[in-house]
Structures are given as structure tokens and as C-alpha cells.
Write a protein that binds this ligand. Structure first.
Ligand SMILES: Cc1ncc(COP(=O)(O)O)c(C=O)c1O
Length: 403
């Protein structure tokens, strides 16, 4: 007698009940009363922008990441722009970066009129492959921009050594990696400049906001000028000194972060360790659950790092599944799990295809990963129940598409 196979629970996409009744986003901020009060206090003070909170936040941030200086910006993108400006990146220069990132990483090179040159990533971490970087170095190369994808630090020592041998500057895009550790060192203290973002889905938020950390006093000075129109002093310094005179010495922008945003940043920074601990707990629960889930490959972690887990990107083992990433994505959304995809490789965007003639196939590791990636919800405010819902939904969906 043949056994009757029990059909898996009907997927929500096929009319079944979703795992959750409410939508769980892939990331979101946590704001408490102390945060609100800190902002309100500044709103009632004399300085709404470029006041005392800016310096306080920058000092506390620099101390936290183990750098001598930290310079705040109105966004991570503005911080990247400044980091590309500070070492003097200009037209005819090239900077090597990863295609597996948000467009802003490569765009900052374009803002300077220079050319972003992509190098493929390693299959385990999806971070810049140092061997591929070495192959792309030319007489025009001025900088390397590694990205700490999902919060897993890039191969920093190898990249910094390579850069030093060729006289290049390293600008690390650590917008995913506040609180990550690399060979026992804090991300933020290793590269020439390290760039962070305080967008609401990040480890701490200021609404919009960013920071560059560096140990180089000259770079720090140039970064400060660049965010203030290229002017040599700020309004508060002039008021304190009783002077009206200032000089615009380089072409800069208004990329300042307001005092109330910095007050929020100070409060949020106090919770960074707790936020990181929670993200690490969630990652560890996910990884132990998905190690035994057919069709799902959890993200790799190298032994010499402690990632900050901005994202938790699984890869689908498509050979074991009867469908593609798009269908699994839709099915998880129907279960009310707010999955996302990080990233469409930058060279695949129409702008880059049109400007640089990319046709696809140039960066096979990144492109193959892209066809399999799904970012699961990952934020420090997730409850245990949220985490178990995600695991249940992933198992339900992949289980019903398993070969
Ligand atoms: C890798 C990476 N770089 C840069 C940025 C830009 O940061 P922001 O949104 O603060 O401008 C982001 C934003 O998500 C990012 O993920």
C-alpha cells in the first residue's frame, strides 16, 4: 500500500493563512523616551544646528570606534562624498569597489568626477575579493573602497596591505558595520577613513545621518570643511570668538548634521552595545535554525570577525528548490514577512550600464549571489516571537518548494 504524502500547509500566496497577521518589516528603528527627551531638550535650547551636541556626539563616537577623530554628516551618502573628496579624488582617478553594495558607495567616486572600477566579491562573505582588487589596480587607481557587507568586515588587513604597497587610500564603507570587530579591532579604527550611516534601519539612528572616522588630523580637518561649504570656521566658533570674518577655502557643501540629530545620536550610542547583543542573538538563532533547513544557506562568518549584523541575508540553494528567488520572495511577503534583497549589483543598474557599458556577466560571483539572496528581518527591536515567525515562514515556504 502506498503512503499518502501529507501536503505542506497551504502557502498564504495560494490562499492559505499567513504565518503572521501583521507585517514584520526587514528593519526599523527603536526610539525610547530618553531619545525623545534628548531631542526635545535641544529644541528648547539656543543651538538647533552646529551647537555643542555635534562635538559631543563626534567625540563619543570616535571613542567608541577607537579612532582619533569622527566627523558627522547629514547622511552616510554625504559622508562617503566627503571621504572621496578629502584625499583629493578627481577626474582621471579610479577607485576600486564592490558591486555588492548600495549605489552610494560607487556614486561617491562619480561625485568627484573619478571612475568607480568594480572588482568581484568572495563567495563566502560577498565582500571585495582582494585578489580581484589586485588585478584591477592600474596607474590611475587612487583608492580602494571595501564594503562590510551585511556587517561582516571586509578582508581589511589584506586590503590595507595591498593599498600600502601601491600608495592607495582605503575608504571603508562600514554603513552596515557599526560595532563590528575585525581581528579584535573595532571597525572604524583600521582603514584611512571609515564611513557610517545612521539611517533608521541601522544599529543606531539620527533619522538621516552619517559619520567618517579617521586617525589622520589633516583628513579630519578637510572633512569638517567640506561639510560646511568649504569654510574654515563654523558659525558658533565665530560667535564665540566675536568675529565675523571667515574664508571659503575649498568648494564644499552643506552636509551638516543638526544638534537635535546629534543629541539623538548620543542617546542612541548608549544603547549600541545592547542593540548589537540583540542582533547577534537573533543571527545565532537564525543560523542554528537554517543550518538544518533544506534550500537555505545561512550567511558565512569568518573566524577572525564579530559581525554587527545589519542584515541577515540568506542565499537560496536553488538546485534544491523547484522555483526561483522571485517566487520565494513573494511567498514570504504573503506570509507577512518583510523580506528584502540586498543588493542588485551596482553595475547592473541602468545608469551604470549606460555610462560604462556593463552587459552582465562581468562579476559572476556577485551576479550569482544576487539571484539567490533574500534579506530576512533583522533589527534589535525584534521580539523572540518575531524571530520564530520568520523561521516558521522560511521553513513553510522553502519546504513547499523543495524538490
Ligand atoms: C553600504 C551602504 N553605503 C552607503 C549607504 C548610504 O547611507 P545613507 O542612507 O545614510 O545615505 C547605505 C545606506 O543604506 C549603505 O547600505
Amino acid at each position: 500500500m502506498s503512503t499518502v504524502s501529507v501536503s505542506p500547509e497551504t502557502l498564504a500566496i495560494n490562499g492559505g493563512s499567513p504565518v503572521r497577521t501583521t507585517f514584520l518589516p526587514y528593519g526599523r528603528q527603536s526610539i525610547d523616551e530618553a531619545d525623545v527627551q534628548a531631542v526635545v531638550d535641544v529644541l528648547r535650547s539656543d543651538w538647533l544646528t552646529t551647537g555643542p551636541k555635534v562635538g559631543e556626539f563626534e567625540e563619543a563616537f570616535a571613542a567608541r570606534v577607537g579612532a582619533a577623530y569622527a566627523v558627522s554628516f547629514s547622511s552616510g551618502t554625504a559622508a562617503l562624498h566627503a571621504a572621496a573628496f578629502a584625499p583629493g579624488l578627481k577626474s582621471e582617478d579610479e577607485a576600486i569597489t564592490s558591486p555588492m553594495t548600495f549605489a552610494a558607495t560607487a556614486n561617491c567616486v562619480l561625485y568627484q568626477g573619478a571612475t568607480p572600477v568594480f572588482a568581484d566579491v568572495t563567495a563566502d562573505t560577498l565582500n571585495l575579493d582582494p585578489e580581484k582588487v589586485a588585478q584591477r589596480i592600474s596607474s590611475k587607481t587612487r583608492a580602494i573602497l571595501p564594503v562590510d557587507y551585511a556587517g561582516h568586515p571586509a578582508d581589511l588587513k589584506v586590503i590595507v596591505d595591498l593599498a600600502q604597497r601601491h600608495g592607495l587610500i582605503v575608504i571603508e564603507d562600514a554603513c552596515h558595520a557599526l560595532g563590528s570587530e575585525y581581528q579584535g579591532r573595532s571597525v572604524g579604527s583600521v582603514a584611512d577613513m571609515t564611513v557610517f550611516s545612521f539611517h533608521p534601519v541601522k544599529h543606531i539612528t539620527t533619522g538621516e545621518g552619517g559619520m567618517v572616522s579617521t586617525n589622520d588630523p589633516k583628513l579630519a580637518e578637510t572633512l569638517r570643511r567640506f561639510r560646511n561649504h568649504g569654510i574654515s570656521s563654523d558659525a558658533r566658533q565665530r560667535q564665540t570668538a566675536g568675529q565675523w570674518h571667515y574664508e571659503m577655502v575649498v568648494l564644499g557643501f552643506n552636509y551638516r548634521l543638526s544638534d537635535f540629530a546629534c543629541a539623538l545620536g548620543m542617546q542612541q550610542l548608549k544603547k549600541l552595545d545592547a542593540n548589537l547583543a540583540r542582533r547577534r542573538e537573533i543571527a545565532s538563532r537564525y543560523t542554528s535554525a537554517f543550518r538544518g533547513t533544506s534550500g537555505v544557506i545561512p550567511p558565512a562568518v569568518r573566524p577572525d570577525v564579530n559581525p554587527a549584523w545589519h542584515l541577515y541575508p540568506i542565499r537560496l540553494d536553488l538546485e534544491k528548490l523547484t522555483t526561483d528567488r522571485a517566487e520565494i520572495f513573494r511567498a514570504l511577503r504573503a506570509e507577512n514577512i518583510g523580506v528584502n534583497v540586498h543588493y542588485i549589483p551596482v553595475h547592473s543598474h541602468p545608469y551604470y550600464r549606460e555610462q560604462f557599458g556593463y552587459r552582465g556577466g562581468e562579476f559572476p560571483v556577485a551576479e550569482d549571489a544576487y539571484s539567490r539572496l533574500i534579506s530576512l528581518p533583522m533589527f534589535h527591536g525584534m521580539s523572540d516571537r518575531d524571530v520564530e515567525d520568520v523561521i516558521a515562514a522560511v521553513r513553510k515556504v522553502t519546504g513547499s518548494y523543495t524538490r
